[in-house]
Design a protein around this ligand. Structure first.
Ligand code: FUL
Length: 629
């Protein structure tokens, strides 16, 4: 009897909200504002951070872009352990990993019968290894997602450039998509340097990157075999390259592109940092960056691993700028992630978690200048439920959210999320705090324009009892699903750029005016010395023993005057030059980091660098820094 009373009471309590609701009119949810993401794109963006692994023959040959001629016998990782990689990723908060199943050198990490240039013919596990299998199995075991990178450009295949190669490429893709379980992303690299080994002598093969690979064929295959996978390329269609390899997106970042405009090799690629406000296709940005300067392992980079400060900064400028962060781990020659990399990655995650752990708004009162109705109230902003959101009435594109604390509170971070399944809407907003009777803007060194999936703001600490977010303009009524405010004590965002540590023998540049010359010797990456023509000569004043030349390309937004391939010659005081080496600065267009040329020690007074090819084809070279050691 008692039991019965309990039950009926309980059912009344449960039913009450529904009874009340059915009495009032339910307010309709806002209409989506186009373009909107597919469900798989929303799931992908919710991953926020995931790992990249660059590993292959390049790892053992100190290369970034192998020519496709490296000896298969050199591939011999003796302690390879994919579980060690995945355990590191899990501890670093990464939700998945993308593996370079084949990089530009054409070497395959799985035992395919389609080519001899693969793991089958290496000493690793006596040819019985399959790293695609080992890594995908480890992901399943530890519960993170798996994905593949398959380079369209292949510097090994003799038939590269013909239709037969394209068939081969799709057979490779078919194997990867059929035999290793679910993949969350397929990564098509847009890079194509032209020349390669191509099974014979070194030569240039130019293809039309827009049409040669017949990407619609890839889309069909992926839709059929792995419909949940998001397709990456410079222009999507699933997600887009962010237009740099430094790991950040623009503060203004729209998840839209104009359908059919961006293709691999798109010349205005820097604009991909921001997306196109007037785009009609949902293609959110992915920020790919390596935890070291290079994508592949180089022993001399063991002390150049990005610091916890640097990685944290990148998190705010990628995930916090409406993008995802794809953080690369160059697995070492022993087949393990180097301890310096795993330590910094794990501590970076712990730092971010600690900074954003305590949402000060959880106990604050949030008042909106307007709301759509009870289901869309401000309670949704701090409930931690993704699919509930505060919304304004149709057509209301500006509104305020005022957050009041019980006591004066210290704040220097803010997090805002738009409910993107209904589209990206906000165009401009302002964050203010109350001081006395005045509302003052917080001091933040970024523009407060777009929000999208997530926007994180860092600003000068304020102590206040009220914070206000003023949404100033939007493409349609507002739909905000989460809001957070945080305080990070003693937060430090300043770190020394590595360029400050460069050391060179004293030099001048022949024919270059003192004022211009200073720009490539000042250890400031923001200043660039521009040279007219395609060569320059360093004068050391007297003969000295040298063995390294370094060059930091122009770091301006458009990286002007990049040297793609070079010839380096030296001369004694007699000015009688002899060439000592030629080569390419692999991947300099996408990743214009510090470049070094090492050579056998030689006595020289003059060092001449000639650009055999510049990236933009112009007769001008930009030197942010240059030097010899
Ligand atoms: C670039 C490639 O050329 C690099 O080697 C690296 O794989 C990077 C992720 O993408 O386009």
């Amino acid at each position: 009897m008692i039991m019965k009373t309990h039950l009926s009471l309980r059912s009344i309590v449960v039913a009450l909200p529904f009874l009340l609701l059915s009495g009032c009119q339910t307010v309709k949810a806002p209409e989506p504002v186009l373009p909107v993401p597919q469900e798989k794109q929303v799931n992908w963006q919710k991953m926020e951070t995931y790992a990249f692994v660059h590993f292959g023959l390049n790892t053992f040959n100190d290369r970034e872009w192998g020519y496709g001629d490296s000896d298969l016998q050199t591939f011999n990782p003796t302690r390879l352990d994919c579980e060690q990689w995945v355990q590191t990723f899990v501890k670093a908060g990464m939700k998945g990993v993308i593996l370079t199943a084949k990089h530009h050198d054409g070497f395959c990490l799985w035992p395919t019968q389609l080519t001899e240039y693969c793991i089958r013919n290496t000493p690793y596990k006596d040819g019985k290894g399959d790293i695609v299998r080992e890594l995908s199995d480890a992901c399943k075991k530890y519960g993170i997602k798996f994905a593949v990178y398959l380079s369209p450009w292949d510097r090994h295949q003799a038939n590269y450039g013909t239709p037969e190669y394209v068939d081969y490429f799709y057979k490779q893709l078919h194997e990867l998509l059929s035999n290793y379980g679910e993949v969350f992303e397929v990564w098509f690299d847009g890079a194509n340097g032209g020349d390669g080994w191509y099974g014979g002598s070194k030569e240039v093969r130019t293809i039309d990157r827009k049409t040669y690979y017949d990407y619609p064929r890839a889309y069909r295959m992926i839709d059929e075999l792995q419909p949940q996978a998001v397709i990456f390329s410079d222009g999507g269609p699933g997600c887009r390259w962010v237009g740099n390899e430094s790991g950040f997106a623009g503060a203004t970042n729209w998840s839209f592109l104009r359908a059919g405009e961006v293709y691999p090799g798109y010349p205005k690629y820097r604009e991909l940092q921001y997306g196109y406000a007037d785009g009609n296709q949902w293609v959110a940005a992915e920020c790919d960056v390596s935890i070291r300067p290079g994508w592949f392992y180089h022993p001399e980079e063991n002390d150049k691993v990005k610091t916890v400060d640097e990685l944290t900064d990148l998190y705010y400028r990628s995930v916090g700028h409406n993008a995802t962060l794809l953080l690369n781990f160059p697995v070492g020659r022993n087949g393990l992630i180097h301890p310096a990399d795993s330590l910094n990655a794990v501590q970076f995650h712990q730092r971010v978690q600690a900074e954003l752990a305590n949402n000060l708004l959880a106990t604050a009162k949030i008042n909106a200048s307007g709301e759509r109705g009870k289901q869309f109230s401000t309670l949704a902003l701090t409930d931690g439920v993704y699919d509930t959101y505060w919304a304004t009435n149709d057509g209301v594109t500006s509104a305020d959210l005022t957050c009041s604390f019980e006591h004066p509170t210290l704040i220097n971070r803010l997090m805002i999320q738009e409910y993107i399944p209904l589209g990206q809407r906000v165009k401009a907003f302002v964050v203010e705090y109350k001081q006395g009777h005045q509302w003052l803007p917080v001091k933040c060194n970024e523009e407060t324009t777009t929000i999208g999936y997530k926007r994180l703001l860092r600003f000068e600490t304020v102590e206040t009892d009220q914070v206000r977010i003023r949404f100033v303009d939007a493409r349609a009524c507002l739909c905000i699903n989460e809001l957070g405010a945080y305080y990070v004590a003693g937060s430090q965002e300043n770190y020394q750029p590595a360029v400050a540590e460069l050391k060179s023998l004293p030099f001048t540049l022949l024919g270059v005016h003192e004022e211009e010359l200073a720009k490539c010797r000042d250890k400031q990456e923001q200043t660039t010395c521009f040279i007219q023509g395609k060569e320059f000569v360093l004068d050391l004043g007297e003969e000295k023993e040298i063995q390294t030349f370094y060059y930091l390309p122009d770091q301006g937004e458009y990286n002007k005057g990049l040297i793609a391939s070079y010839e380096l010659s030296v001369a004694g005081s007699d000015s009688n030059f002899k060439t000592i080496t030629t080569g390419e600065f692999s991947n300099i267009r996408n990743n214009p980091i510090l470049q070094k040329i090492y050579f056998t020690p030689v006595n020289a007074r003059y060092v001449k660098v000639k650009a055999i090819r510049t990236i933009d084809g112009e007769d001008s070279i930009g030197l942010a820094e240059v030097g010899v050691q």
